[in-house]
Design a protein around this ligand. Structure first.
Ligand code: ZN
Length: 155
């Protein structure tokens, strides 16, 4: 019993470390060259802003992507983790991982997509802690919604 509680604490600490790392050193920050799609969003509850840039090639693969944003650590970490996860992948992968992510946040399900490494799943799952804080859900999901709308806008 005490063992499983300490394991749970370790996991929580690991998740916090991942979020802090991505929040402080966001990956793929800036405006990527030659982007084909973009979309932005604003979360007035927290003051977060995000602008996603995607460079899609003719095979509908995400050749490059980046984001500009400001706001809380969770919103920056979420955008950073998103861009790291989908870089180089195709749009069907983006849709699957997006569904999985939003389901995890809303319905507390696990990430099921099988083309991710264990490390990638741990990184994405680090954002699941916002389930306990309804005010922060938007912080964690905004970049993911925005990325989908960037894709759908130009289809
Ligand atoms: Zn926020």
């Amino acid at each position: 019993m005490s063992e499983s509680i300490s394991e749970l604490m370790d996991l929580k600490e690991l998740y916090q470390e991942i979020i802090l790392d991505h929040g402080k050193n966001p990956r793929n920050k800036g405006k990527c060259d030659g982007y084909t799609n973009d979309a932005k969003a604003h979360n007035p509850l927290c003051g977060d802003k995000v602008h996603i840039y995607l460079k899609l090639n003719k095979d509908k693969e995400i050749e490059d992507l980046s984001f500009e944003g400001e706001g809380c650590a969770i919103s920056l970490a979420s955008a950073s983790i998103l861009t790291e996860t989908i870089k180089g992948k195709d749009l069907s992968f983006l849709r699957k991982v997006n569904d999985d992510f939003l389901n995890m946040i809303k319905n507390k399900t696990k990430i099921t997509i099988n083309s991710l490494s264990a490390d990638q799943i741990t990184t994405i799952t680090s954002l699941s802690g916002v389930q306990e804080f309804p005010m922060r859900v938007k912080c964690a999901t905004m970049a993911w919604h925005t990325c989908l709308s960037a894709v759908e806008k130009n289809e």
